[in-house]
Design a protein around this ligand. Structure first.
Ligand SMILES: O=P(O)(O)OC[C@H]1O[C@H](O[C@H]2O[C@H](CO)[C@@H](O)[C@H](O)[C@H]2O)[C@H](O)[C@@H](O)[C@@H]1O
Length: 255
């Protein structure tokens, strides 16, 4: 059913998150897709280098991309993301600091000052048992998912970042901390791209803390938009899907 709005859809595991906005979308047209990668198109796994897409994702993404504007919106580096996505999708990387095409042309929006601050911090990551550093173009992430003492590792990382330069923000995601250039978020990216598609309905699916910036940006725009949180946890999104399986079922309805 197209352009239909229902309060709940138990078949696909969709639930409303906010009772004051009781209508939630099943399918809207014409959609402008914004899709987060980890936790949305790919299940969360211990090793970030092993986060392959959900088995249905490659075909679905190809079919959606052929019909609608579609952007991958991720914290990952877009060059590295090409090892998981076999096609040159339009994409936002590094939580808003990159814009371009997966594995191809990538425009870096990060200031030289922020890049220099990141280089300095990269050289001083504390040595903690079980920490995994994921290097990215001009940036990096510190994962503590495999630390034996997770909360101890997190505390040490907090101490390390106590005097963060003003040009950077620390973002605490799923057992990871990352440094993002101040003022560049998934929200700023989504606002910019949505403005280029005034006749489409933005549909954003994401699972983590930086996706909340995008949900907020869409809700602040004076237009219809759909925000869907994937998985548990507080959110300002309008609706929720249980996980990548439910994401695939939801997206399948558009093709
Ligand atoms: O914006 P996203 O596409 O959701 O990317 C956010 C970060 O995701 C990755 O880390 C997370 O997923 C890993 C693989 O499942 C998991 O091991 C880790 O604990 C999660 O935090 C990725 O490694 C980061 O670079 C992304 O910024």
């Amino acid at each position: 059913m197209r352009n239909a709005w229902h309060p709940t859809d138990t078949k696909y595991g969709i639930q409303n998150t906010r009772h004051e906005r009781p209508l939630m979308p099943t399918v809207v047209e014409p959609p402008l897709f914004f899709l987060d990668y980890d936790g949305t198109l790919a299940p969360i796994v211990d090793d970030p280098a092993a986060a392959v897409p959900h088995p249905e994702a490659p075909d679905l993404l190809r079919d959606l991309d052929a019909q609608f504007p579609l952007w991958i919106v991720t914290g990952r580096d877009l060059q590295a993301l090409s090892s998981f996505l076999d096609r040159p999708y339009s994409a936002i990387g590094l939580h808003g600091a990159q814009e371009g095409v997966v594995g191809r042309d990538i425009h870096n929006r990060m200031s030289d000052e922020a890049a220099a601050a990141l280089r300095r911090l990269r050289a001083s990551v504390p040595s903690v048992d079980g920490l995994r550093v994921e290097d990215k173009a001009r940036s990096f992430a510190v994962h503590y998912r495999e630390a034996r003492d997770e909360s101890g590792a997190r505390d040490q990382l907090k101490d390390w970042l106590a005097d963060l330069p003003e040009v950077l923000d620390a973002i605490w995601g799923k057992k990871v901390v990352e440094l993002r250039p101040d003022g560049l978020t998934k929200g700023t990216a989504v606002r910019r791209i949505a403005a280029q598609h005034p006749d489409h309905v933005p549909v954003y699916l994401g699972d983590d803390v930086t996706d909340e910036d995008a949900f907020a940006a869409l809700q602040e725009m004076d237009r219809d938009a759909v925000s869907i949180k994937v998985g548990p946890g507080d959110t300002r999104a309008d609706a929720r899907l249980d996980g990548p399986d439910a994401v695939m079922a939801y997206l399948r309805r558009y093709v």
